[in-house]
Design a protein. Structure first.
Length: 121
């Protein structure tokens, strides 16, 4: 089954790091990606830019609305993800525990499924 390990972080957290701290965190995440790849589990991985350049799009009653970031009401942002193939939810959680980002933010484990499917995975 495919799982997404979402890196959920406070939106201002990156700005509190020095460049060296940020580079160290990124290198640790790259090593984690390498471990997943070596285990044959990694399907995709990306780091996302902060909210400043983001946009939110909604269409309600045929009327589009675009809100440019940063988003003042945001308490969290998705900082990146790992897309992994794991045999079980427990295996995905075990990998999430090993993710370095779990030390400074939250790693949310989600299975992939169609939006109409009900799943306990």
């Amino acid at each position: 089954m495919t799982y997404m390990l979402l890196i959920v972080e406070p939106p201002a957290q990156r700005s509190t790091r020095t460049r060296a701290q940020g580079e160290d965190a990124y290198a640790r995440m790259q090593r984690f990606a390498d471990e997943l790849k070596a285990a044959g589990l990694l399907r995709g991985v990306e780091s996302l830019a902060a909210h400043a350049g983001a946009a939110r799009v909604q269409v309600r009653d045929g009327v589009p609305r675009v809100v440019d970031g940063p988003f003042a009401e945001a308490k969290e942002m998705i900082g990146g993800y790992f897309l992994v193939d794991c045999a079980t939810r427990d295996e995905a959680i075990a990998w999430a525990r090993r993710c370095p980002a779990a030390e400074w933010c939250t790693v949310e484990v989600r299975s992939l499924a169609p939006c109409y499917a009900e799943s306990n995975a």
